[in-house]
Design a protein around this ligand. Sequence first.
Ligand SMILES: [Zn+2]
Length: 99
Amino acid sequence: MTEPLEDGGSSQATAARQRFVLDDTGFDEVPKKYRRFYRIWNGASDELAPNEVLCPVCKVVIRSTRELRPGDRVYCMPCMSRLVVSVGEGGRLEAVVSY
Ligand SMILES: [Zn+2]
């Protein structure tokens, strides 16, 4: 697995998604080849891109190469949480822990 978004590219819905090029932001809590998929969250004023979602457990921003949508399952490597993307207050995407 190299991408936090699980099953990425396997469904038709995924085909129409905007794609993103990720750069390494220096996040060093995961092995180097996974660094570009995570970044430090800068607090409430930090605007998340359509391909980003905040991990509610460790407050790290998880980034995908594809636009994220409600119902997507993502994996947070820094805290090893499995998360589901949902729509939170104000229509923003947020992740909730999946059991
Ligand atoms: Zn996390």
